[in-house]
Design a protein around this ligand. Structure first.
Ligand code: ZN
Length: 574
């Protein structure tokens, strides 16, 4: 079936409530582990139907934000989601208390129960009004950003459409584009401060009423983390500061020499080559067809995935008026499929839709028959490992996306991957600091960010740039507002992806087969367990980060951009 033909209906809250009441009765009446598992399957059916409707409403709303029907459906889910959670949590409660739980655990696997226990700690019916308040604040932030109209180059642009100007070979253009963006954020700065202050307050209240001393602890549980905690994450950040920050400083020094810009500023940061960054060949149709070629050649499973994705028209990639900004990938469990949403803008981002977002969709596809939604997908660092590793496995096919620009694309991918780690870790540390000290003023929060910038990215000269030069840069990071504590997951995933990359440089088929082991395990294990099963080092293991770093630095020493004038592809990419 094609995406446009997938039927939608709004869930009936009364029916869901009575369905769950019946399931909970069956849980109490269960006389064995087997009978308890039957109840779990009944819950899975309700959950899958609900998630499918919610996803369908959200996708169709984002495809055309002026469609009144899906706008009101989307509003319905904003209001109803916490009430649905209440029903689910009542079921989880009953399940965890059942005397036959151990028998059910034997059949379903320990992880399912770890996931449920973790989720159970994040909810109580008494926080429902606070959750609704939190949802409303998140929508306010989204609307504020979506309403961006930046006058630039004689056009009215939103933030993503400014991206190509920020990597223009013309330095004055890059500077003007970054300043225009900064001025836009400054113009809504007071509102951004106010929304965040209210978010910290409501999230802290939620944490306190659930018995946590800080929202940070709840933030970890909301991310579903049951196999590591603050201490491991803190050590990982330290390793990034000590190892990756100096390596990025060396890369930036080389970039400054190659580009002949001794006084590199923030607006030069993304500009890697004197004659401009790699640009995808052709338009959307060409990128889509290069993507098709890549997945078809990668493996039989990848081939059947891309066939299903394209024939079901499960993607909408071109920017147009009325469409929401950004990009995402959303699964529709009842239909066994996943939808990809994005806004092509003519930069490398467009290729990432086929490598990154489709990597997520591929992983979803591989677990579409898993019996439990809770353990079909891993926690977010596992999901991002699916997509970020696929970006590296795509190196073999970069010629199809970039033609002679393939080596540049590989270089900028690897160098962005390293530069991302310090940034991601400072976003994470920032959130620890602001939620552990909820009474900080907006000005003090900007001060915290400023200090983190100096620690993690000492090479980045932001002086004099509106917004970014004032310690406010964190406010453009959507996750800080919308998905607290998500960000370090990208750093952990990037480290795991770099491990697959380093392996793929030595033995591509063996590395890809290990990647498939990781993907096929879905969420049946915690993140460190998944790494172990796939035969890569967990990012928390001592020495894991330095090992991938030295592989990357070796690659850079063999692939200096001054040698890129020859138009051949990236031979060493395997
Ligand atoms: Zn992703």
């Amino acid at each position: 079936m094609k995406f446009k033909d997938l039927p939608y209906s709004r869930p009936d809250p009364d029916r869901i409530r009575t369905d769950y009441e019946a399931v909970n009765k069956a849980v109490s009446a269960a006389k064995s582990g087997e009978e308890l598992v039957e109840c779990v399957h009944r819950h899975e059916k309700i959950l899958s139907r609900y998630r499918t409707s919610a996803a369908l409403a959200a996708i169709r709303h984002s495809l055309n934000t002026s469609d009144a029907f899906y706008k009101s459906e989307n509003d319905f889910f904003d209001e109803y989601a916490p009430l649905f959670d209440e029903s689910v949590n009542a079921f989880y409660d009953a399940l965890l208390r059942s005397p036959f739980r151990a028998g059910a655990e034997k059949i379903c696997g320990r992880t399912l129960f770890q996931v449920i226990e973790t989720e159970r700690k994040c909810f109580s019916p008494k926080i429902i009004p606070l959750l609704q308040e939190e949802n409303a604040l998140e929508s306010r932030y989204q609307d504020l950003i979506a309403g961006a109209r930046i006058l630039f180059d004689g056009k009215e642009l939103n933030v993503p459409l400014l991206a190509p100007y920020k990597v223009s070979p013309d330095r004055a253009t890059r500077k003007a584009a970054l300043e225009a963006e900064g001025l836009f954020y400054c113009s809504i700065g007071a509102e951004l401060d106010a929304i965040f202050a209210q978010m910290v307050s409501v999230r802290t209240k939620i944490a306190h009423s659930l018995g946590f001393s800080s929202f940070t602890d709840l933030g970890y549980l909301r991310m579903g983390r049951f196999s590591y905690g603050r201490e491991e994450v803190g050590l990982f950040r330290r390793s990034v500061r000590e190892n990756v920050t100096p390596a990025v400083c060396r890369l930036k020094k080389r970039q400054s020499a190659i580009n002949g810009v001794p006084d590199m500023k923030m607006y030069d940061d993304l500009f890697l080559f004197p004659d401009g960054n790699a640009r995808p060949l052709g338009g959307a149709a060409d990128i889509l067809s290069a993507g098709k070629k890549m997945y078809t050649s990668l493996s039989p499973e990848c081939a059947s995935f891309i066939d299903a994705l394209y024939s079901g028209e499960m993607l909408d990639v071109e920017a147009r008026a009325g469409k929401a900004t950004g990009g995402y990938c959303e699964s529709l469990p009842d239909y066994g499929t996943t939808f990809i949403f994005s806004n092509f803008n003519g930069t490398e981002d467009d290729v990432n839709v086929l490598t990154h977002e489709a990597g997520h969709a591929f992983a979803d596809y591989m677990v579409r028959d898993f019996p439990f939604l809770e353990t079909a997908s891993p926690t977010m660092e596992g999901c991002e490992t699916h997509s970020m590793s696929m970006e590296f496995f795509a190196w073999r096919y970069l010629k199809d996306f970039y033609g002679p620009g393939a080596r540049k694309a590989a270089y900028s991918h690897l160098s962005d991957a390293l530069a991302f780690l310090p940034y991601g870790c400072m976003v994470d540390e920032f959130q620890h600091m602001v939620y552990d000290s909820p009474s900080l003023t907006p000005k003090e929060r900007h001060g915290v960010w400023e200090e983190l910038e100096n620690t993690y990215r000492p090479y980045l000269d932001r002086k004099g740039i509106p917004f970014y030069g004032e310690g406010r840069g964190w406010q453009r990071q959507l996750h800080v507002y919308m998905h607290p504590f998500y960000y370090v997951d990208y750093c952990l995933a990037q480290t795991a992806a770099l491990s697959f990359w380093a392996d793929s440089m030595k033995d591509y088929p063996a590395a890809f087969s290990r990647y498939m082991t990781f993907v096929k395990a879905g969420g049946s294990l915690g993140f460190p367990g998944l790494c172990k099963a796939a035969g890569i080092r967990s990012p928390f293991e001592e020495g894991a980060l330095p090992a991938v770093l030295s592989a990357a630095e070796k690659w850079f020493s063999e692939n200096d951009p001054v040698s890129f004038s020859s138009p051949e592809g990236i031979e060493s990419a395997g």
